[in-house]
Design a protein around this ligand. Structure first.
Ligand SMILES: [Mn+2]
Length: 364
């Protein structure tokens, strides 16, 4: 079944890429790209390059996780931190969304404003309904988005050669994406295992080890300490607010959630904090991790947090993990210490109330 689906998708994707020589595409990653997204972007970059198309990997936030920095440095993957600049019209002839559907990228509105058509969406999160790509959409609930690209490669959309260094780097990136996205294959599905088996002859084991064995930096350790100190658990749900964080430290949040999930009485951990970006704009970022099979992070976060007046959900996810972003809008900005503390308390309380209410455990 999956094989047939992949074959027809590869035919469609080849048709999409034909006759586009000389074009420049924006490969849009989520604002805080993870290894799965980076690998998928790199895959699109190489298969587009083969057809004379330049594909730039762009993202609107930061890369802060030490493992991700190692990944792009060691595998020589070019990424563009777009920042707050407008996107000039005619700069890109199309956009491609990998490992996201535009709901976790602040570049979407600027791309729309510049009139850049959405050419393709390849993702493994549940349908988010924000964007449509009439020419090419491949959304499947598999363990890693990188597995989808590995299956495209197995169908020879770009025939891999072990002698080509960039092909070895691509296979290594995809393998790393699959491993990190599936909790070291524990949550992997048959589709992810066959993807990994296909990549095995091509990836570089030493490089993979180097990327995986990055140590945690001091800030991440501090956020984990805060997450431990502030955690409140009820009926297996563990919540922890870690207060204010700089944009470059934002990736400590999912790492803290991973850590809280290791407590034996916890099946679901949620860690959140107020992240301040360079221009003073603030936004609550949260990560959810669960080991409970019956809990859908996507549905759970949508029900708990709801959506904006524009109808966009604050959160979403996939099997085992999810995330949310709540912009503080008017309440953003550098405040006095007292006001900052008040603001944090208000959001912290509100978030805790909403989550505990959902599981029938109201806070006193
Ligand atoms: Mn992913």
């Amino acid at each position: 079944m999956e094989e047939l689906a992949t074959k027809s998708k590869v035919t469609q994707l080849e048709a999409l890429l034909t006759g586009r020589e000389g074009e420049r595409h924006a490969v849009v990653l989520q604002d805080f790209p993870d290894p799965d997204a980076i690998a998928c972007g790199f895959a699109y970059h190489l298969l587009a390059a083969e057809r004379g198309i330049q594909a730039d990997l762009i993202y609107g936030g930061r890369i802060s996780h030490q493992e991700n920095i190692a990944l792009i440095n060691l595998l020589e993957i070019q990424m563009i931190e777009w920042g707050h600049d407008e996107i000039p019209s005619n700069h890109f002839q199309g956009s491609v969304f990998v490992d996201n559907q535009g709901t976790t990228s602040n570049l979407v509105e600027r791309l729309e404003h510049a009139g850049v058509p959405v050419l393709a969406i390849v993702d493994h999160h549940d349908h988010q309904g924000r964007l449509t790509a009439p020419l090419f959409t491949d959304i499947r609930p598999v363990g890693a988005c990188a597995s989808i690209f590995a299956h495209y490669l197995a169908e020879e959309i770009l025939p891999l050669r072990p002698s080509k260094p960039e092909h070895r780097r691509l296979a290594t990136a995809l393998m790393h994406g699959i491993v990190s996205e599936t909790g070291s294959m524990i949550h992997a599905q048959p589709f992810d295992f066959t993807a990994a088996a296909f990549l095995q002859p091509f990836y570089d084991i030493d490089l993979l080890m180097d990327i995986l064995h990055q140590r945690r930096n001091h800030k991440v350790m501090e956020v984990i300490r805060l997450a431990l100190a502030n955690r409140v658990s009820k009926a297996g749900l563990c919540l922890s607010g870690v207060g204010y964080l700089r944009g470059e430290d934002r990736d400590a949040i999912p790492q803290a959630a991973d850590f809280l999930l290791t407590e034996d009485t916890v099946h679901t951990a949620v860690v959140y904090g107020i992240v301040t970006m360079a221009d003073g704009i603030e936004c609550i970022h949260g990560s959810l991790r669960t080991s409970k099979n019956s809990l859908s992070p996507d549905a759970f976060l949508k029900e708990v947090l709801g959506r904006t007046e524009q109808g966009i959900f604050y959160g979403g996810g996939k099997a085992g993990a999810g995330g949310f972003e709540i912009p503080l809008g008017f309440l953003s900005g550098n405040d006095s210490e007292d006001l900052a503390q008040l603001k944090w308390n208000a959001f912290d309380n509100k978030i805790r109330k909403k989550f505990f209410k959902k599981i029938g455990m109201e806070e006193k």
